[in-house]
Design a protein around this ligand. Structure first.
Ligand code: PLP
Length: 391
């Protein structure tokens, strides 16, 4: 806990139209009344003061018409990226979207045809495969290697799976789930893989700021600037600053031809105008959110360490040691229980709502994903319940 921002402040999110707190029974099935929601990836913390001041300013002004003039947003975004990630993009490369799942869908539509393949490293954020399939493309899933509890991409495996109708690789960097922060060498290998096979590389870097000491996120495009023409970078302030409801994403496409194809699909979707409130909070967060973010990461790090320590004592459970994200990835394989039994125990005994591992694709079969971005008191209750259920 820092003196400036109180991440332990109890804030009741029930009855606030929250997906995480108000909608899990509908989405995930029946749960008891006192269930702790640890599923969808947003945090229970109050946003940075600048974010709420921006909303207050908008409310006081009181007129909520269409947004225009991206100048402040682009400046705040580009300065943030240079300050924190040493990436200097150009304003003309940038296209905003209604969040990054929207951007993923537009990439699939812009850069491939129905029946084409899109390569992904599994297990990965379920909306990669879901969106690829919803667009009638094939998700070419390359299972990662689990090397002593740490994921590694297997480019030999991927090489064997792709064919000449595979148009792109979609990378999650840092990785959700599993929390890997890819090293420079790993990123370079993926870039060169794409160069050798003439593939477009979509790099989803939404988790770039929630990285723990010891690991360093590298913007994929920075790893090999000469390959920038085939790289499409997906960025967003929404995970970083807990403004996911603002649904604002930024797509950076240096290649003019690819950018034109993306813009054409965006125009065809009809979603040309941005969400003004999303842009206002995103601008404020990028411009003035650093201190909040610098306090948040150590809080999450302490929660990660507490979770790892408790889980290590529960027979049969193993958590991957996260280098990034607040999404614990716990392997239940050594409990000897079936997935259905684990799910049932979590639901009715532990009373914790999680994301089921199998939804992340091959390799996720025995895992469950726990979002620990809640206040410590709630995390402790959840961990006690987990230990009592499986201990
Ligand atoms: C890798 C990744 N991309 C995208 C998203 C969601 O993006 P958005 O809310 O902007 O649509 C998530 C959410 O968890 C994610 O983990």
């Amino acid at each position: 806990m820092t003196k400036d921002f109180d991440f332990d402040e109890p804030i009741d999110r029930r009855g606030t139209h929250s997906s995480k707190w108000d909608a899990f029974s509908g989405r995930l099935g029946a749960y008891p009344e006192d269930t702790i929601p640890m599923w969808v990836a947003d945090m229970d913390f109050r946003a940075a003061p600048a974010v709420n001041e921006a909303l207050r300013w908008a409310a006081d002004h009181g007129v909520h018409g269409y947004f225009g003039d991206f100048g402040d947003f682009h400046r705040a975004f580009l300065d943030f990226m240079e300050r924190r990630h040493r990436w200097r993009g150009q304003e003309e490369w940038l296209i905003t979207t209604h969040g990054l799942v929207n951007a993923i869908g537009l990439c699939v539509q812009a850069f491939s045809e129905p029946g084409d393949g899109v390569a992904i490293f599994a297990p990965v954020y379920h909306m990669f495969a879901n969106t690829i399939r919803a667009n009638d493309r094939r998700a070419v899933e390359s299972p990662m290697k689990n090397v002593q509890g740490r994921y590694e991409m297997d480019l030999e495996d991927l090489s064997a799976r792709i064919d000449d109708r595979t148009k792109m690789v979609m990378l999650c960097s840092p990785q959700n789930p599993g929390g890997r922060v890819w090293t420079e060498e790993e990123l370079l290998a993926v870039i060169e893989f794409c160069e050798e096979r003439d593939l477009i590389l979509i790099s989803d870097e939404i988790h770039q700021d929630l990285v723990y000491p010891g690991a360093k996120h590298r913007v994929t495009m920075n790893v090999k600037p000469s390959a920038a023409d085939r790289i499409v970078t997906l960025l967003a302030p929404t995970k970083t600053f807990n403004i996911a409801g603002g649904l604002t994403g930024v797509v950076a496409i240096p290649n003019e031809e690819l950018r034109a194809r993306f813009e054409k699909r965006k125009a065809a979707s009809g979603a040309l105008a941005p969400n003004r409130l999303g842009l206002l909070v995103s601008t404020a967060a990028y411009a003035e959110g650093d201190a909040w973010l610098d306090a948040l990461v150590p809080y999450l790090q302490a929660s990660r360490d507490r979770l790892d320590a408790v889980v290590a004592e529960i027979p049969g459970l193993r958590s991957m040691h996260l280098e990034a994200t607040y999404l614990a990835w716990i392997d239940f394989s050594e409990t000897g229980l079936s997935f259905e039994e684990i799910d049932e125990r979590l639901r009715t005994h532990a009373r914790i709502a999680v994301n089921p591992g199998p939804s992340f694709g091959p390799g996720g079969e025995t895992f469950m994903r726990f979002n620990f971005a809640c206040r410590r008191a709630i995390l402790d209750t959840a961990l006690e319940r987990l230990a009592a259920t499986f201990g």
